[in-house]
Design a protein around this ligand. Structure first.
Ligand SMILES: *[C@@H]1O[C@H](CO)[C@@H](O)[C@H](O)[C@H]1NC(C)=O
Ligand SMILES: *[C@@H]1O[C@H](CO)[C@@H](O)[C@H](O)[C@H]1NC(C)=O
Ligand SMILES: *[C@@H]1O[C@H](CO)[C@@H](O)[C@H](O)[C@H]1NC(C)=O
Ligand SMILES: *[C@@H]1O[C@H](CO)[C@@H](O)[C@H](O)[C@H]1NC(C)=O
Ligand SMILES: *[C@@H]1O[C@H](CO)[C@@H](O)[C@H](O)[C@H]1NC(C)=O
Ligand SMILES: *[C@@H]1O[C@H](CO)[C@@H](O)[C@H](O)[C@H]1NC(C)=O
Ligand SMILES: *[C@@H]1O[C@H](CO)[C@@H](O)[C@H](O)[C@H]1NC(C)=O
Length: 285
């Protein structure tokens, strides 16, 4: 669809190539080369492709000129963001670049496509790449009891996978951020770096179950302080057990097997571990 539209426009303009997609990842892992791809099209009435140039910032790092020998040239390989190889044709141009090892470095890459004379019309597009190893998975909430007792103290632990820069974690209870004292801000614990300098983060949440709600929703939000920030989160809910009224369980005549099982589980929980906490303080911590 897009290509057809672009060709349609070129019937009218008929002077330049057009960049249809500039594929520059938003985040780049410094342990790997990043692959950048520039896709372009022209109309059959257009002049030939003259050159494709890649820039990092304002420095040219790669040039493809199909009419010249050799058709590709690499510039400035030594500075961070240098090109190791490139592969181009009349429709796309792919380069592999080495990224600097400094996290949160932001690089801007520009693809510039020019058309043969007489006008040498030029089109270009720029995108940014931030050096970071982003979280591959949502954070994990450990210690979820599923069903909690009114007034019970619950301790949850939210852990992230390996990333860099490490994520900061914020807990939300029923949509509101955990009440935090000033000293608790940025109090996320961060693991020691692994062999690739990646770290995981964790933060625990202590909460006392408000007996007046049927359920509590919690959310763990992990934010990597990159530009733009990279955020992943996980939701979970805690079901607050009703005070056990035996009549409630026996009243409904036709209970399915599944319900009987869950009632039995619930009842055994009530009668053992959690019974002591039923009458403790009511407020949420
Ligand atoms: C390139 O194509 C887009 C639509 O995909 C159009 O908006 C734009 O004007 C075109 N650019 C040039 C230089 O023709
Ligand atoms: C290579 O980089 C230097 C600075 O890092 C710059 O002065 C020079 O113009 C660049 N060369 C090209 C061909 O862009
Ligand atoms: C890229 O980064 C520059 C600053 O480094 C910013 O001015 C520009 O808006 C960014 N572009 C995009 C597309 O985010
Ligand atoms: C939370 O989990 C992490 C790893 O999963 C562990 O290292 C940490 O000790 C746990 N914290 C608490 C308070 O249990
Ligand atoms: C998690 O909960 C928030 C509100 O607290 C909601 O906006 C979001 O869509 C939920 N995410 C998922 C995956 O359910
Ligand atoms: C907490 O960390 C974030 C991201 O690193 C930072 O922007 C913010 O200023 C920090 N807040 C405090 C109070 O240190
Ligand atoms: C927050 O920081 C305080 C003081 O450094 C520490 O005692 C506490 O264990 C930390 N809590 C977490 C969850 O990291």
């Amino acid at each position: 669809m897009t290509v057809l539209l672009v060709f349609g426009l070129f019937v009218v303009i008929a002077t330049a190539h057009n960049i249809t997609f500039l594929d520059v990842p938003r985040y780049g892992d410094p342990h790997r080369e990043a692959n950048l791809v520039c896709h372009y099209v022209n109309d059959k009435n257009d002049p030939e492709l003259h050159s494709v140039k890649w820039y990092r910032g304002s420095n040219e790092i790669f040039r493809f000129t199909p009419e010249q020998q050799p058709p590709t040239r690499i510039f400035n390989t030594t500075s961070g963001g240098g090109v190791t190889r490139g592969s181009c044709n009349l429709h796309s141009c792919t380069i592999s670049v080495v990224l600097p090892k400094t996290y949160n470095t932001r690089l801007s890459f520009t693809c510039e496509v020019s058309t043969e004379g007489p006008r040498f019309a030029v089109v270009k597009q720029t995108k940014n790449l931030t050096v970071a190893v982003i979280l591959r998975e949502d954070p994990v909430i450990l210690g979820l009891p599923g069903i909690v007792q009114p007034g019970e103290d619950v301790i949850l632990n939210c852990t992230t996978g390996l990333a860099m820069p490490p994520a900061n974690i914020i807990w939300y209870i029923d949509g509101k951020p955990e009440r935090m004292e000033p000293w608790m801000v940025n109090n996320t614990s961060v693991s020691l770096p692994n062999e690739f300098d990646l770290r995981s983060s964790w933060r625990s949440l202590h909460l006392r179950v408000n007996p007046h709600t049927p359920a509590i929703s919690v959310r763990c939000e992990a934010t990597q302080p990159t530009w733009p920030a990279y955020i992943r989160s996980t939701n979970a809910s805690l079901i607050v057990a009703r005070t056990p009224h035996l009549s409630m369980f026996t009243a409904s005549g036709s209970i399915s097997t599944a319900v009987e099982v869950s009632v039995a589980v619930l009842a055994s929980c009530l009668s053992s571990v959690h019974i002591f906490s039923k009458y403790s303080a009511l407020s949420e911590v």
